[in-house]
Design a protein around this ligand. Structure first.
Ligand SMILES: Cc1cc2nc3c(=O)[nH]c(=O)nc-3n(C[C@H](O)[C@H](O)[C@H](O)COP(=O)(O)OP(=O)(O)OC[C@H]3O[C@@H](n4cnc5c(N)ncnc54)[C@H](O)[C@@H]3O)c2cc1C
Length: 236
């Protein structure tokens, strides 16, 4: 597994609690959309889980910069990210992970909860940048509309650059008058908005409880277990 030092460039607030951190892409670093890295703040003690964490790449490969996006908390790790200054050096290990975009996957359904959107952003940006033909349904669950990270990017890709991308936002507590679907990603919603779910490869990303709940939904409606891939964001 390769490791490399890179330098921090800048951060961008996505929502009040989600922030993207941008680093210079090291030479020869390549990854498959959907993969993650480990950010290592404690080099001496690699087993320090508080300071060395796994984070998905939230950008397409092949750019001048690499991006990660963290749901910010009061943790030591979040504090270290927040305190980074331009040109600070950071050790990154990776890439890793097999829950990735494969061009020959055929029709895909991405079902994600909250911060689980990050690998899908990498995948969608890659598809948009490379004009790849695809057939993708994205179900994106959040508590409120304000918590939808990357909303502008996702809207733009759906409207302009990715022909067969259909996005369904599912919001637990939408604002009054909102046109988005109220609730949690459930059997009725998946069946109604993705009637061909049995023909699709299903990929589920997010915090473990959300992943388990959404996987149950998929199995209950008859998705083939062999067609379901999951990536648990352990640590929430
Ligand atoms: C493959 C993968 C991809 C991920 N991608 C992202 C991403 O793109 N964005 C993002 O924000 N997060 C991602 N995560 C989760 C991330 O690694 C952190 O665990 C999470 O952000 C919480 O860290 P924290 O510093 O905010 O909270 P903390 O306060 O450190 O942790 C919150 C709680 O989780 C527990 N915990 C922490 N680490 C672990 C662990 N390794 N095993 C079991 N329990 C633990 C703590 O004891 C605490 O109770 C990913 C995780 C994995 C495994």
């Amino acid at each position: 597994m390769s490791e490399f030092k890179t330098v921090f460039h800048k951060s961008i607030e996505q929502t009040s609690e989600v922030c993207t951190f941008i680093f210079k892409a090291p030479e020869k670093f390549d990854f498959i959309p959907g993969q993650f890295v480990q950010i290592i703040f404690d080099e001496e003690n690699r087993s320090n889980k508080d300071l060395n964490k796994y984070i998905s790449l939230s950008c397409a490969p092949g750019k001048e910069f690499i991006e990660i996006t963290k749901k910010m908390t009061d943790s030591l790790f979040s504090q270290r990210l927040r305190s980074l200054k331009t040109d600070d050096q950071v050790l990154i290990k990776g890439p890793m992970g097999t829950c990735t975009y494969k061009k020959d996957s055929g029709k895909i359904g991405y079902l994600v909860g909250g911060i689980g959107i990050t690998p899908v952003i990498s995948i969608l940006e890659y598809i948009a940048m490379n004009n790849i033909e695809c057939d993708i349904q994205l179900f994106y669950g959040n508590w409120s509309e304000k918590q939808i990270a990357f909303k502008n990017d996702i809207d733009r890709w759906e409207r302009e650059s990715i022909k067969n991308l259909k996005v369904t936002h599912v919001i637990a507590e939408p604002e009054e008058g909102s046109s988005l679907i109220k609730g949690f990603i459930n059997e009725d919603i998946v069946k109604q908005y993705m009637p061909d779910y049995k023909d699709r490869k299903i990929c589920i990303f997010g915090p473990p409880k959300m992943v388990a709940a959404i996987k149950d939904v998929c199995i209950n409606i008859g998705c083939n277990k062999d067609n379901i891939e999951v990536e648990n964001f352990v640590g929430y």
